[in-house]
Design a protein around this ligand. Structure first.
Ligand SMILES: [Zn+2]
Length: 383
């Protein structure tokens, strides 16, 4: 589960926006540093005491507001997780999907063994609405025999109903899939070769998440553009990890070495801040797709550049959410993709202080990103 999905799922979004020691970033602390406020501290309730984490601006513009209750075209959501835990909650999720226009959701369980089987059983009632993807079992990754053992469990999961693999993470410290970790082993490690090859052989696409947004690597100071999210998920204080650019290189080496395996880069490969680079990686690698999940707020500040990127790579981008099951969550993603609305806030949804803008994607692009690319990707699998 990604950070926003987790926050949302645990209902902490409002509380955990980030800055544990709010003072470090507050106006009051800044004033104290420059020596103005030491004599008379601002009264609580004064604008000078408003903390960045509490900032909730309201747009002043009288401009069109587009409500998109249901997506313009049917959707396949390529990035979700087993958020619903009970039969009742799964029923409710399906009702939400019906109302907003999601025909199928790919559930990245990140699980293997009995845990995978249990999740599979829970969702079996709706086998036409949900697809279950499994994780990897990395146990023994540092011992001989890891490859064959991991492949054996992968084959077992496939037998048990898994149609793909995900979400597999590497945020710079090594691979992780749910509870299973392989510290120091990155996707391009030779020990993974037989596992990636088997995914291709079994016709199981892989959803791979590398790195995290750029702000998390940058200094946590007043210049950090994504501070409130970055601080909560900071990576700047972990000096021995592979950085964002290095992880992108590792990802590309992996997809180049395993041309018969289809990879889906989660969250624009975390190149939402440098879409041109992602475009180059997509152009060099035909066995790669990118999902747009959980990076709506990161691309909505640059709507014209983002829309150009969607137009250029419309065949390689797939819709995803990764942010829970609420109708409002889906509807915000539609507003960003479909409308040309400007300067609207969704701070509680995304935790950034900035305003968002719609891309106004054309019908032809929406059809591909919402559904057609996913259909092509999923249909290329052997049964
Ligand atoms: Zn995810």
């Amino acid at each position: 589960m990604n950070r926003r999905a987790f926050l949302r799922y645990t209902n902490l979004a409002g509380l955990a926006v980030g800055l544990r020691s709010g003072n470090a970033f507050g106006v009051a602390a800044e004033a104290t540093k420059s020596g103005h406020a030491s004599a008379s501290a601002p009264k609580s309730g004064s604008p000078e005491t408003i903390l960045l984490k509490d900032y909730r601006p309201t747009s002043i513009y009288t401009i069109p507001v587009t409500q998109v209750a249901k997506a313009k075209f049917p959707i396949i959501d390529m990035h979700s997780h087993p958020y619903a835990k009970t039969a009742g909650a799964i029923d409710e999720w399906v009702r939400n999907m019906d109302e907003v226009g999601v025909e199928k959701t790919i559930i990245l369980t990140m699980a293997t063994g009995a845990e995978f089987d249990e999740i599979y059983r829970k969702y079996a009632k709706y086998s036409d609405r949900f697809e279950m993807w499994c994780g990897f079992d990395f146990s023994g990754h540092d011992k001989p025999g890891f490859g064959p053992a991991a492949v054996k469990e992968l084959e077992r999961c496939k037998q048990a109903g898994a149609r793909g693999v995900g979400e597999v993470h590497d945020k710079g410290k090594g691979l992780r899939s749910g509870k299973s970790e392989a510290a120091g082993m990155h996707p391009d490690d030779a020990r993974m070769d037989s596992v990636w090859e088997k995914c291709g052989e079994l016709g199981m696409p892989v959803s791979l998440h590398v790195a995290d947004p750029i702000w998390m690597y940058q200094k946590m100071d007043r210049h950090n553009d994504g501070l409130m999210n970055a601080y909560e998920w900071r990576l700047d204080n972990q000096p021995n990890i592979v950085g964002l650019s290095g992880m992108v290189d590792i990802f590309e080496r992996t997809i180049q070495r395993h041309r018969n395996t289809t990879f889906i880069a989660c969250h624009f490969m975390n190149l939402d801040y440098d879409l041109a680079r992602l475009g180059e990686v997509l152009e060099r690698n035909p066995n790669l797709y990118a999902d747009i999940s959980a990076r709506y707020a990161e691309t909505a500040p640059i709507p014209r550049f983002a829309a150009q990127f969607y137009a250029k790579h419309a065949d390689r981008l797939v819709y995803g959410t990764d942010m829970g099951v609420d109708k409002e969550m889906y509807q915000v993603t539609f507003r960003i993709l479909e409308s040309l609305d400007e300067h609207f806030y969704e701070i509680d949804q995304f935790s950034y202080h900035w305003s968002l803008n719609g891309f106004g994607l054309s019908d032809a692009i929406l059809r591909r990103v919402y559904r057609e690319n996913a259909i092509r990707l999923l249909a290329s699998r052997k049964s």
